[in-house]
Structure formats: C-alpha cells, structure tokens
Design a protein around this ligand. Structure first.
Ligand code: SF4
Ligand code: SF4
Length: 319
C-alpha cells in the first residue's frame, strides 16, 4: 500500500506535470519510470491522462504497488496556468520557442502555445521581450472533475494550496475532503507565506484529517529542477525542514527543483522526508526517448531510457 511505502520511506513520485495534458507523453513516462521502479505518479486531473498512465502500467506489465495521484490547483497556483500569446504584441522573435522546456510553442502562421503541452512554468512569459505572454489560470470545478477520476481508481489527490486567500483554500480543502476518503496531499511552498503562516495553515488543514492520512508536499521552487544542481533543491529542503521540525502527524514529501542531489543535501541538513517527488529533471533526462516515435516498438531504446530513469529512482528505491 502507498501508506507502507511512505512509512518505509521508499516512495519515489514521478511528477508527469499537473498541467501536462499530453497523453502520449504521460504513457511513455509512466512506462519508463514504472519499469525503473518508480511507485507513485502525479498526473494532470483529466480522465484521459489517468487512462494514459494506466496504459503505461499495462505496457510495463506492472499491476501492483504502483499508485496514481491527480493534482488540482487553486487560483494563483502556477501549476495550473497556461501561457497565452497576445498576437498584437508579439514581434515573432522566436525567443519563447527556444526557451520553452516542454516544446509547447510552435510557429505556424503565428506563434502558438500547444495548450496540452504547456506545464505552466512561465519561462516564456518571463523572457518575452515584448511582454506578449500572459499566464492564465485553468481552474477546474472539483465537483465535476473529481468524481470521474475517483471512479477510475486513483490513490491520492494532491491539492495545490499556494494562495494567500485562506478562506478559498479552506473551502476547497473541505470540498476535497468531502469527495475523497483516501490519501490526500497538500502542496505548499514559502513563496507567498512566511514560515509562521505556512505552519499555521497546514496545522489547520490537518485538523480535519486523521493522523497520517495526509502527505505534505514541501515545495521548493516549482519547475526549477532542470539541471542536477544543489541550488535548485535548497528551498524544498528548507520547507521540508520546517514541517519536520513541527512534528506534524503527516508524511513529508520534497518536491520542486528536486534532482539526483536532493536526498544527499537533505541528509546533510538532517532532513529525512518520506518521499521524493521529481518532475522537470526526471522528464528532462529521458526527453530524447519521449520524443521518439518508435519507443514502444524498440526494446533497445526502451531499455536505455529505463536505465537512465533508474539512475534517479534508485536514490529512493533500490534494486
Ligand atoms: S518571445 Fe514574445 S515576442 Fe518573441 S515570439 Fe515569443 S511571444 Fe512573440
Ligand atoms: S515555457 Fe513553460 S509556460 Fe511557456 S509555453 Fe512552455 S511550458 Fe508553457
């Protein structure tokens, strides 16, 4: 069970991307990483993406001890935003195409964002010289979307509570609690709230939960872990340390800017999370294989991709 993996600190979560609606890529990611030993998968909250992940598990021939989580956000959460280009302001310089880490921008008769591939990292908007790109929230109605996903047999719902609107956070959290009885995850970082308010918020959210039925996802800087550096993982460790020191009756997961160096640095800081979640870095190291059209029919390529994925997953899940 997922709870056992967390208790044993043997949980590795692959973040396919809360905004990643590319079903083909998700199927490839889940196939590669489940074969590499990854046991927990974070998915965009869309039925077709949960189906894609399940196809990936079937392709890998793995039906047990793999757990699926869907992520839902709140207004202000970067994970559920999509880039939109204002054609009036765009001067067609091409900078956004070269900077997008997820190949989500294409040049046709005009520059366009492929919504399904946009993961909301904001890199294009930050770097556009004409400020022609806006990040637009894609808030979903939980009552509409979650029952369909629960019916499909998900194991966890992750709530991105990165917002200063306390009332909205608690209302949505209560709503999710009313819809799902299984493991819930709260994703929070220190970007909007100071340590004191962050701790108070989580304590309040946990007050309506039974002990150890919740994972606190201690986020660093979302989608910043493209490279294998100590620096990008630092904030996730600091956030995890805050929750660890607070001794809450919940599991702690590190995420956001995480990579192969995260657990080593966490250990040096005496931070010992129950789970490591990796997104941007995990996707980047197998990108070449994700772009391959014949991955599923080419056993050599698949074996190579799995070996690369294993070099990351093995940090948590040993052979
Ligand atoms: S970076 Fe901005 S101005 Fe340049 S092509 Fe992209 S949207 Fe247009
Ligand atoms: S750079 Fe990030 S936000 Fe912009 S289109 Fe690509 S994935 Fe989306």
């Amino acid at each position: 069970m997922l709870k056992d993996l967390l208790d044993e600190k043997k949980c590795f979560k692959l973040v396919c991307g809360a905004g990643n609606e590319d079903a083909e890529e998700v199927e490839k990611l889940v196939t590669i990483y489940s074969l590499a030993g990854c046991n927990f998968f974070d998915l965009c909250a869309k039925p077709e993406i949960v189906d894609a992940a399940k196809r990936g598990l079937i392709r890998a021939g793995i039906t047990q001890d793999r757990y699926l989580c869907v992520s839902v956000g709140i207004d202000g959460d970067p994970h559920i935003t999509k880039a939109v280009i204002d054609q009036e302001s765009c001067v067609r310089c091409g900078k956004c195409i070269s900077i997008c880490p997820h190949d989500a921008i294409i040049e046709l008769d005009k520059y366009k964002v492929k919504k399904k591939r946009c993961i909301g990292c904001s890199q294009c908007a930050i770097n556009c010289p004409k400020h022609a790109i806006q990040m637009v929230s894609q808030l979903q109605d939980y009552n509409e979307v979650l029952p369909k996903l629960i019916e499909k047999g998900i194991d966890c719902i992750e709530f991105h509570a990165i917002s200063t609107d306390e009332k909205d956070v608690m209302e949505k959290w209560t709503q999710i609690n009313g819809l799902f009885e299984g493991m819930l995850c709260i994703s929070l970082d220190r970007s909007e709230l100071g340590d004191k308010r962050l701790k108070e918020r989580v304590e309040k959210m946990l007050s309506i939960r039974k002990p150890f039925t919740t994972i606190i996802q201690a986020d660093g800087i979302a989608m910043s872990g493209n490279d294998d550096q100590y620096g990008t993982t630092l904030q996730a460790i600091a956030t995890a340390q805050l929750f660890q020191n607070a001794n809450m009756s919940a599991y702690i997961m590190m995420s956001g800017g995480t990579n192969k160096k995260s657990m080593e640095l966490a250990s040096l800081c005496d931070v010992h999370p129950h789970c490591l979640a990796v997104g941007s870095f995990a996707r980047k190291i197998v990108k070449e294989y994700l772009l391959s059209d014949d991955l599923f029919n080419n056993s050599r390529k698949m074996a190579e991709a799995v070996e690369i994925a294993k070099s990351l997953v093995n940090i948590i899940v040993k052979d």
